[in-house]
Design a protein around this ligand. Structure first.
Ligand SMILES: Nc1nc2c(ncn2[C@@H]2O[C@H](COP(=O)(O)OP(=O)(O)OP(=O)(O)O)[C@@H](O)[C@H]2O)c(=O)[nH]1
Ligand SMILES: [Mg+2]
Length: 234
C-alpha cells in the first residue's frame, strides 16, 4: 500500500526541514510505497528557499507544490489531494505539534480495512501531551461538541490537524473552505457520507504564541459558522 503524506506549509522556517526529514525517516508497517506532497502556501519567511534546496536534494521523494500567494490550509490540502498518487494519506502539519512516530497508530485502522478515515485526538489516550492553554482546551471542546451535535459522531477532537484518509475518499470529497474551515467541513462531509470514522489518541507537542502559534479566537468563531453551514448542505 502506498502512503501519501500531505504537508501544508506556511511560514514554518524553523521546523520545515526537520518535519520533512522526520516524515521521510518514519517506517510504517504495511506501507510499501511512499511520497511526500509538500505545499508551500506562499511563505515569505525563507521557507521557500529551504524547500527549493530539499526538492533537489530529496528528488523522487518529495512532490513540491507552490502557491504564488497565501491561500490557507484548506486550499493547500486541496492542491495536494489533486496531485497525490497513494492509496492512503495523512495530513502532517509543518510545525511538528504532531509526531510522525504516531503514523503506525493512525494508519493501522485504514490499512486493516476497518476505517475510511482516522482522527488523531489530543484529548484521549496515554501518549504524552504538552500541558498548555486551558481556554484553548475549552474552545476545542465546545467546537467538538457542537460539531458532534450536528454530525451525531462522538469525536473527542474535531479540530485536530492530524487526520488520515483513504485516498479515494479524500479525492471524492469537494473541499470548499480555503482556511481553517477545512477541519469542520471535512468532518461534516465525512459524517454525511456515513464513512467509517476511527479515532486514536496521539502525542501532542503544542506550541506557545512565543513559539509561533497563530490561531486566535477569531478562528474559533469562524469554525462555528462553518459547522453550521456544512450541516445543512454539502
Ligand atoms: N496558519 C496558517 N497555516 C497554514 C496556512 N496555509 C498552510 N498552513 C499550514 O497548515 C498547518 C496548520 O497551521 P497552524 O498555524 O499550525 O495551525 P494550528 O495548528 O491550528 O494553530 P497553531 O499551531 O496554534 O498556530 C501548518 O503546517 C501551516 O504551516 C495559512 O494560510 N495559515
Ligand atoms: Mg499548529
Amino acid at each position: 500500500m502506498k502512503l501519501s503524506v500531505i504537508v501544508p506549509i506556511f511560514n514554518e522556517v524553523a521546523t520545515v526541514e526537520k518535519v520533512l526529514r522526520r516524515v521521510l525517516a518514519q517506517p510504517v508497517p504495511g506501507v510499501t510505497g511512499f511520497e511526500v506532497v509538500a505545499v508551500d502556501d506562499g511563505s515569505q519567511d525563507g521557507t521557500a528557499d529551504i524547500l527549493n534546496r530539499l526538492e533537489s536534494e530529496l528528488a523522487g521523494q518529495i512532490v513540491l507544490i507552490r502557491h504564488d500567494r497565501n491561500l490557507g490550509k484548506g486550499a493547500a490540502v486541496r492542491s495536494a489531494a489533486a496531485r497525490m498518487t497513494g492509496d492512503i494519506c495523512i495530513i502532517q502539519d509543518a510545525d511538528l505539534e504532531y509526531d510522525p512516530s504516531d503514523y503506525p497508530l493512525m494508519l493501522e485502522p485504514i490499512i486493516q480495512g476497518r476505517a475510511d478515515c482516522v482522527f488523531g485526538s489530543r484529548f484521549t489516550g496515554t501518549q504524552a501531551k504538552r500541558v498548555l492553554y486551558f481556554w484553548h482546551y475549552v474552545a476545542n471542546r465546545v467546537l467538538t461538541v457542537v460539531s458532534d451535535i450536528f454530525t451525531n459522531l462522538n469525536l473527542t477532537d474535531m479540530e485536530t490537524g492530524f487526520k488520515a484518509f483513504r485516498v479515494d475518499v479524500l479525492k471524492n470529497i469537494p473541499i470548499r473552505s480555503c482556511r481553517f474551515g477545512f477541519e469542520p467541513e471535512i468532518t461534516a462531509k465525512v459524517a454525511r457520507r456515513r464513512l467509517r470514522v476511527y479515532e486514536v489518541g496521539i502525542s501532542y507537542s503544542g506550541r506557545t504564541y512565543a513559539e509561533g502559534k497563530k490561531i486566535t479566537w477569531v478562528d474559533g468563531v469562524k469554525a462555528l459558522v462553518t459547522i453550521a453551514r456544512y450541516s445543512f448542505r454539502d
